[in-house]
Each structure stands twice: as C-alpha cells, then as structure tokens.
Write a protein that binds this ligand. Structure first.
Ligand code: FAD
Length: 424
C-alpha cells in the first residue's frame, strides 16, 4: 500500500490514523500538523477551558504512542500539493505519498476592517481566558454556536457580555428562527445583552459602535462569525476547493488516492463542521484505505453546552418547511422536530438527550412528522401529543419552567410553526 500521509493533526486526522491502526494497517503513516502542540480537542476551548482552568485537552497520551509505524511531525505546514507526482511541499521539505488524507480543518473567519480576536486554537483559548480574567466585559460578534458558548462561559466568570448578530436571534442558522427565540431567552435570563439584527460598524476609543447606534465596550472584541476551510495550500493542486475539498460520499477527492475528512471536507458537496462528523468520516476513510467494509455514514450529530443546557441536534434542518416545538418529559425539556414535506428530517433538543437520540431511526427513514409527533408525545409522562395554538412566548415560558425541572409532568405540547429558515 505504501506511505499514507495525513495532513492536519486535529480530531479528523488523529481519528483517521487511529482507525487505520485499529484495522491492522502496518504500512508507514506520516502525520503533518501545523500546530506545535500535541494533538488536542477543540470543543472544550469554548467551554471548560474558558470558564475553568482545564489543561490542554490532549487527544493522545503524552508519548503519542499510537503505532510503531506512525511518524508525527508537529509544527510542520503543508504548503502545496502536486497530485500527479503524488507529493507535497511542506515547511520542512518535500514529502511523497501513496495515499493522502487532507484533514486541515478550518480557521476562524474575521469581520474585515475590525480589530479583535478569534477562538479556534489552544493558543487563542489561553489568550482569551487570560484576558477574560483581567477585564469586566466582552463583546462577541456572531451569535452562532461558538459565540453563544463563549457568551455562556464569559458570563460564568462574571463578565458583562454583549452578543451581536445580524440575524434576529442567536443560533438561527443552527436551530432555525423559531427555536432561536428560546435561545434568546436563555441568554437574556443569564444577563447577556443581545444586540440583534445589527452589526459592528466601527471601533472607536475602546468601544464598538453598532449599526443601530448602540455602544458596546470592546475591551475584548471576539469575532465568532464562522470558519473558512484551510484549502489555501491546495490552490494549485487541481482539486475542487470551493468551500472545502469536494469529495464523494466516501471522502474521495478528485485525484487518485486523495481523501479529505473533517471541517475541510465537503462530502457530497456539504461541509459539516461538527466534531462527530469528523470522527465518522475518519472511520469511513480508514475503512476505504484498508479495503474493509464501509459502513454507512451516520446522521449528522452536534451538541453545544451553554450554561446548564446541553443542546443536541441530529439530522438536518436544511430545507425544512415545518418545525414543531414541544416540551418533553417531566422536566419539560424543549424539543423541536423539523420536517420536509411532512417527513421528519431533524430534531434538536435542549437537555433532552433521550428524546433526540431516540428519534435517529425515524429521521433516517423519513418518518411522517404527524406520526412522530403523536408517538413522541407518548414519551412524555402524561401521554398524548396535542397540537395547540399557543404562542411562541407561551412556549418559551414552558422552557423557563422546564429548565428548573420544577413543573409536574405534562403532555407534549406541539406548536406548529412555519419554518422560517435562514438563507445561509
Ligand atoms: C471553540 C470550538 C468549540 C467547538 N465546539 C463544538 C461542539 O460543542 N460540538 C461540535 O460538534 N463541534 C464543535 N466544534 C467543532 C469541532 O471542534 C470541529 O468540527 C473539529 O475540530 C474539526 O476537526 P478537524 O480535525 O477537521 O479540524 P481542526 O480541528 O481544525 O484541525 C485541523 C488541523 O490541521 C492543521 N492545519 C491546517 N492547515 C495545515 C497545513 N497547511 N499543514 C499542516 N497542518 C495544517 C491545523 O493547524 C489544525 O491543527 C468546536 C470548534 C471550536 C473551534
């Protein structure tokens, strides 16, 4: 089989290597990673690393003993790729490959023309953690998953938090506008000041002036406006790298013996910037390289921790034309079911793991939304699902009660809302 070169030592690269070793791959594996640190995990960076004093969330034991055939090259950057010669130029010289796995992830996007910082790496997290302890406030541009997590962590350490987004509610792209209203309430209840449907115009004298005229302290100005796949080094490779490395459903890029996994990869034209997707893709590619049976990619799954709420999502909300938001179980957890043409395509729950994970099969087979809503209601302590005409604000008050877990069990109440989904 020859030498497999993995470029990028994040979760996708590391899990590809581990997957190869587990499948008995004994040929040489060379791992090239730009960062100087041991491979580490990113999700804790906006959570316990920021509001606590967690150490580097290492992905491997300190001695990096993964397999005797694995060579690690931290602090080495791939600069270009020649798919005809099957070699890449790195900051340390030319490396030839028989099989190449591109796992270079993504970098934080910045708002052009504004000063400020980002959160993508361990170094970013240490910097932000240190500054949060020296200041009293933070303004976060972008109320997506990472912006919201930083808002939660920063308020946990006592900072005054301003969260700014051009959309009308936080996490709209992740959960859709209806459930995003619930997310707004969650952050407001914790003292976060939301500045919605606006953006930062300029930073003057240590303050950020917003487009609506509001002024926010910019002691720390965090750009949390998404990520850009790390494909600059592939510019002359001939690979299609428009919004990620284009691959088929097995991670094969458009050149012989080249695969891509994780945040940098657009499998079937879609990038899933989620930790679990990176792991699932690594498993598929490791199986493909070793010629073993390839199991189907599981449904996309993501999670997010904000305050004491664990958000979890399975499936997709893309293309959904209906969303039904309900309360589930004795603690009244909020759950949203998303449908396309009456078929369940995704579910998002707030601290409702059992409900979310329990619907994976129904999403996979595209079960009838109506039937799922009824059966789903049966999961509640008090049986039966009722569609009703409550307003979204009434729904949100259920959420507040549910978070305390104080209310007695009650039937699932499903609100049928038009899925006003954002154009991303
Ligand atoms: C702060 C934060 C919190 C997150 N929280 C969650 C969460 O709660 N839930 C969830 O599902 N997902 C979360 N994610 C997303 C998740 O961490 C990513 O989906 C995952 O890290 C992707 O892994 P990856 O290996 O593809 O890319 P990365 O983790 O980006 O790793 C890629 C590596 O490749 C290196 N590299 C880049 N270019 C080169 C080059 N030219 N040569 C050599 N090396 C290179 C990079 O330095 C990096 O180390 C979070 C992300 C961040 C940043």
């Amino acid at each position: 089989m020859g030498t497999t070169v993995v470029v990028g030592a994040g979760i996708a690269g590391v899990r590809t290597v581990q997957g190869l070793i587990r499948r008995g791959h004994s040929d040489p594996i060379v791992v090239i990673g730009a960062e100087p640190h041991l491979p580490y995990d990113r999700p804790p960076l906006s959570k316990e690393v920021l509001h606590g004093d967690a150490p580097l969330p290492a992905l491997l034991p300190a001695d990096q003993e993964v397999g005797a055939n694995v060579e690690w090259h931290p602090g080495v950057t791939a600069l270009s790729l020649d798919t005809r010669q099957q070699q890449l130029v790195t900051s340390e010289g030319v490396v030839a490959y028989d099989i190449l796995v591109i796992a270079t992830g993504a970098d934080a996007r910045r708002v052009p023309g504004l000063p400020g910082t980002v959160l993508r790496t361990w170094d970013d997290a240490l910097n932000l953690r240190g500054r949060l302890r020296q200041t009293t406030s933070i303004t976060i541009i972008g109320a997506g998953l990472i912006g919201c997590e930083v808002a939660a962590s920063a308020s946990k350490v006592g900072a005054q938090v301003h969260l700014v987004d051009t959309l009308s509610a936080p996490m709209t792209r992740v959960v859709g506008p209806s459930l995003a209203e619930v997310v707004s309430d969650l952050h407001r209840a914790q003292g976060v000041t939301l500045h919605l449907s606006t953006g930062v115009q300029e930073v003057v004298g240590g303050n950020a002036r917003l487009l609506d005229g509001a002024i926010c302290p910019a002691e720390i100005l965090l750009h949390a406006v998404g990520a850009i796949p790390n494909t600059a080094w592939l510019a002359d490779s001939g690979l299609d790298v428009v919004d990620g490395v284009r691959c088929d459903q097995l991670g094969r890029a458009q050149a012989p013996n080249v695969y891509a996994v994780g945040d940098v990869a657009a499998w079937g034209g879609t990038r899933n910037e989620h930790w679990t997707s990176a792991i699932d893709q690594a498993g598929v590619v490791a199986a493909a390289i070793t010629g073993q049976e390839i199991s189907e990619l599981p449904l996309p799954y993501w999670w997010s921790d904000q305050y004491d709420v664990k958000f979890q999502g399975v499936g997709t909300i893309n293309g959904a034309d209906e969303v039904r938001i309900g309360v589930w179980g004795p603690a009244h957890r909020t759950v949203a079911l998303y449908g396309i043409s009456g078929r369940l395509c995704g579910v998002v729950g707030l601290s409702a793991a059992k409900a979310v994970m329990g619907l994976r099969r129904e999403i996979a087979v595209g079960a009838q939304l109506d039937e799922v809503a009824v059966r789903f209601g049966g999961l509640c302590e008090a049986s039966g699902a009722t569609r009703n005409s409550q307003s979204a604000s009434a729904m949100r008050s259920h959420f507040s009660v549910g978070r305390d877990g104080a209310a007695p069990g009650r039937a699932a109440l499903f609100l049928v809302l038009p899925a006003r989904l954002p154009h991303s």
